[in-house]
Design a protein around this ligand. Structure first.
Ligand code: ZN
Length: 341
């Protein structure tokens, strides 16, 4: 095993070529010692870490695959998905003896027997939206392991899964548990729940590919998908507009209240969440702008995604992508584009 990763690796590198499952990644990690793989796998298993840290670990184990293997086993990275489904099913059945579990192409949806129809609808919806995530993200790697979604039949049980003080209204994504969690008090809420799942489901999806994405990219794209109308045919197009973000952003822009783009793209998660009203709207507007304003700006969006998919950390990916961009010019065009919508 050799530790060798070049941070200037070309962005076109096909980092995921030939990978079909979690085990394939583990094997490739043991063969190559590529820290980007460890970084990715640790993140999938709920460890918050950095590429630098992963690099140090890989270096420490260079030439000793056996010790590396036991390290991976201790961290539950080796065999991470073994028995996970059974464990979750067992716990769900213990909590809800009357249950219904829908298995779709890409998801397991855990529901209550009295909400069987809704559980199936959620599974079908998630499959469709998953295809859109993949399309937008230009992802060829198929997620070999189905994603988990839990649908609690009432708010009380859902709230018990939350830590004190967190204010999730309908749904959230737990990276550590690798599951999307929501609740459905009554079938009347289904539409709102689907919209929220479109948002949270993107965090689940992206978490599988990218350990530490820029927060505006993660939240901005999640807001984009939340803007879809689940009652209509789901398509990824310019016509998909998150109306509430657009309205807010127009109001902010006309007051001159926004974060300069150069600073915004590097914003930390903590700062982003400190002013959600502005930052969520601005994140959505930047995603929409990069996706649809022009070919030349769309190029940046594609490049950033490519760097992140190839295992770059957040900052080097942003540096490499926006190295040559004229931020003043981009900001002017972005403002006008949004205000004219
Ligand atoms: Zn979010």
């Amino acid at each position: 095993m050799t530790v060798n990763v070049s941070f200037s690796a070309i962005k076109k590198e096909d980092f995921r070529k030939g990978i079909k499952s979690h085990d394939d990644w583990v094997n490739r990690l043991l063969e190559t010692g590529d820290p980007r793989i460890l970084y990715l796998l640790q993140s999938r298993c709920g460890y918050v870490t950095s590429l630098e840290q992963s690099k140090k670990i890989c270096e420490a184990f260079a030439g000793d695959s056996q010790r590396f293997e036991s390290f991976l086993r201790e961290r539950n990275i080796l065999g991470a998905f073994d028995g996970l489904y059974d464990k979750k099913v067992e716990a769900w059945k213990a909590q809800y003896p009357k249950n219904y579990i829908a298995k779709s192409k890409y998801y397991y949806v855990f529901g209550h027997a009295t909400q069987k129809n809704e559980t199936i609808k959620i599974a079908k919806f998630m499959d469709k939206i998953y295809e859109l995530y993949r399309k937008k993200f230009k992802s060829d790697e198929k997620v070999a392991e189905r994603f988990f979604v839990k649908v609690y039949p009432n708010e009380r049980d859902f709230k018990k899964t939350l830590s004190a003080g967190s204010g999730f209204a309908f749904a959230y994504y737990s990276g550590a548990e690798r599951e999307l969690v929501c609740h459905l008090n009554s079938p009347k809420e289904l539409l709102r729940v689907l919209q929220t799942l479109a948002h949270e489901g993107f965090h689940q999806f992206l978490g599988y590919y990218v350990p530490n994405p820029p927060i505006w990219l993660n939240e901005g794209m999640a807001e984009y998908f939340e803007g879809l109308d689940p009652r209509e045919r789901l398509v990824d197009s310019k016509r998909t507009i998150n109306r509430s973000d657009l309205q807010r952003m127009k109001a902010f822009l006309s007051q001159g209240a926004y974060v300069p783009l150069k600073r915004f793209i590097y914003m930390s998660q903590e700062e982003y969440y400190s002013n959600p009203s502005l930052h969520y709207a601005q994140g959505w507007s930047l995603i929409y702008f990069l996706a649809y304003a022009s070919k030349s700006y769309n190029k940046y969006f594609q490049e950033l995604i490519q760097y992140l998919k190839n295992g770059y950390d957040r900052e080097p990916a942003l540096d490499a992508t926006f190295e040559k961009v004229d931020f003043d010019k981009m900001e002017r065009i972005w403002k006008k584009f949004i205000l004219d919508m």
